[in-house]
Design a protein around this ligand. Sequence first.
Ligand code: UD2
Length: 333
Amino acid sequence: MRFSSNVKPYVLLLIVGIFLLLGYVYFSFFSERLNRDILIDEDQKRTKLLYKQPSVLVGRTDVVSVTPWLAPIVWEGTYDPVLIDNIYKPMKLTIATTVFAVGKYVRFLQDFLETAEKHFMVGFNVHYYVFTDRPDDVPSVNLTQGRHLSVIQVPVSNRWQEISARRMEIIQTTIERQIRREADYIFCLDVDSKFHARWGSESLGRLVAVIHPGYYEQTRDHFPYERRPASTAYIPMDEGDYYYGGAMFGGFVEDVYTLTKVCRKRFEEDAGNSIEAAWQEESHLNRYLLYNKPSKVLSPEYLWQDFKAQTKEVKVIRFSGVIKNYAEVRPNV
Ligand code: UD2
């Protein structure tokens, strides 16, 4: 194309000017993107982590690792511990851990704490809240950096059922008073237990429950849910997902707060009607989780019992209840 000779020079200048302006805008935008890309690249170099390629086709086939509502069920071999730690550790999280040691149960604290220091959320900030009526008997255990322990005095009761169930109320009020300002996640654990292997960041989630080791092979009609409609923990025979253990529940502090508040309210409502659920707060927990599905479910690796022989699908026992003489440690039988 030829410019006709009658095109005025100022029109030509205008066209050239527009092209220059467009060129400037394009190149400045492009070079900004280029710079940003380089930055991202450098960033990736700094955090580069080599790990095994995840497969879409090969994985564990002997267990189910996802619930029907698509929450993960955490089993050995379904996650990469190094990769998952690499995601959570930079967040500098604090994990609150509540444990009750009332009456003679104070004797279980030493092993609980010593084994937790070896295996539980290693490399994370952990704040243990020990609830006891015997503060002087709380053992002094060496805690690694970033880990703290607070002792909180609670009343004793002459019924073990009451001690176990009132944990909901006490956790609720302690979250209100201090935990919600001091931690990001919380785990509420039974004291008569020991850690045996890694329990790490793979267990973190909004609302976390554990499958009870005694019932995972059974059908729902065999679960020891509360079956009396008069109780607020009632679950009919044709409902229920898993039987969850009362020895562990956790998640974001605010989600656990709501759980404890609701369970405490229902426990008290039942008490007002002279009814105590079959397994106290465990029954209320199961009812709550049926209608408020956990976002992560821990396999029985995370709650075993020493008296139970290891089964083939449980490749690692991470946390297990010790064998205890009920008549000797409890205030009543
Ligand atoms: C089951 C549950 C437990 C709870 C209970 C029903 C599992 C493995 N355990 O265990 O979590 O739901 O049924 O109430 O799922 N405690 C004291 N002093 C006492 C009695 C209890 O401190 O005198 C505390 C202590 O932290 C103990 C917890 O309450 O670990 C639960 O009591 P338990 O272990 O005696 O209950 P158990 O074995 O029947």
